[in-house]
Design a protein around this ligand. Structure first.
Ligand SMILES: Nc1nc2c(ncn2[C@@H]2O[C@H](COP(=O)(O)OP(=O)(O)O)[C@@H](O)[C@H]2O)c(=O)[nH]1
Ligand SMILES: [Mg+2]
Length: 315
């Protein structure tokens, strides 16, 4: 048991992690929780739904909300993801605005144009901290100073924390700064509460994650996973799921020669699901062409996405 669990909770609240796609928001959540709860991939727009993860940090209980990255939406699904991220600031106590360095950066570092747009777009009422991720990509740390100054002109951040989320470097400082900004009040969640999402949600996420890792860019963006059966009443958890894709060509790629691709996706997903369920899993996967699901609210609802999320703010 970590020693801080015996401390009473004096501060608690929600910190929403906001930022462009691929800056490392889900990696930060996982590092803070010390558990690979959210799915992470090198392909942008991996996260489609908000995920809450609750972590105890000294005398604070921090509810971290991972959000889909904000980007220019190309489909109804994309618009739904943007709206989910923007809505999540409402009601949050702290905003963790996240940006990242990229390997391509040469010359003086300056805020990404997407960050500048986002910061002007997002309400200024919520106290915020700036997290600059992937500092491992910049050897000469003095190059960061002009970047920090430029960001400070865009918004009064309560703190700026350079981190390397993948190596868990600087993550405790992020929690320190967030905790300082949380209201003084008791715990909102039980001590062993980890996430607001049901286990079957993570089962479908971990299958989708393996699809992301096993196929190239265009396929994962057209894929959704629905859970058709989730029976955890016995010693072995039985899960049956359908991987929906948009075209028959994608179906062929996903299945692979003699079904090898789907088989390896299934094995990897099962290995990922078992530790979370703390039980043996029997996983059966099907692949189905559900044409045009990313454009159809009815199909999205059928697969398990809430199409309302994107409609209100589609722009
Ligand atoms: N070099 C480097 N890569 C990172 C770091 N943190 C995350 N990444 C990678 O960035 C990619 C996107 O991360 P993810 O957490 O999915 O980003 P999100 O879209 O903002 O949730 C993944 O390939 C991560 O492994 C870091 O500190 N340094
Ligand atoms: Mg993510």
């Amino acid at each position: 048991m970590p020693p801080n669990v015996e401390l009473a909770v004096h501060r608690s609240g929600t910190a929403v992690i906001i930022g462009r796609s691929n800056v490392g928001k889900s990696t930060l959540l996982n590092s803070a929780l010390r558990q690979k709860l959210a799915i992470v991939s090198p392909t942008p727009q991996t996260t489609r739904d908000r995920i809450l993860g609750v972590v105890r940090h000294r005398d604070a209980q921090v509810a971290l909300l991972d959000t889909p990255g904000l980007h220019r939406p190309r489909s109804k699904l994309g618009r739904r993801m943007n709206a989910a991220a923007r809505d999540s600031i409402i009601g949050a106590d702290v905003m963790v605005f996240m940006t990242a360095l990229s390997a391509k950066m040469t010359g003086p570092l300056e805020p990404h144009p997407g960050d500048v747009n986002l910061l002007t777009d997002l309400g200024k009422d919520t106290p915020s901290i700036l997290v600059i991720n992937k500092v491992d990509l910049c050897k000469d740390k003095t190059r960061l100073l002009p970047l920090l100054e430029a960001f400070a002109k865009l918004r009064p951040f309560a703190a700026v924390v350079p981190i390397c989320a993948r190596q868990e470097d600087g993550v405790l400082r992020v929690l320190d700064e967030v905790a300082k900004l949380l209201p003084e009040r008791g715990a909102a969640y039980d001590e062993d509460f980890l996430t607001d999402r049901p286990l079957r949600f993570f089962a479908s996420e971990y299958i989708r994650e393996q699809v992301f890792l096993a196929t190239k860019q265009e396929v994962p963006h057209s894929v959704a996973v629905s859970i058709d059966r989730f029976d955890d009443t016995g010693p072995v958890v039985h899960i049956e799921a359908t991987v929906h894709c948009a075209r028959s060509g994608q179906r062929a790629i996903l299945i692979g020669v003699r079904g090898e691709k789907m088989k390896s996706i299934g094995i990897a997903a099962r290995k990922r699901i078992e530790p979370l369920l703390e039980r043996q899993v029997n996983l059966k996967l099907w692949v189905k062409v559900t044409e045009g699901w990313t454009e159809s609210p009815e199909l999205m609802a059928e697969i398990g996405y809430d199409p309302e999320g994107g409609e209100a703010q589609s722009s």
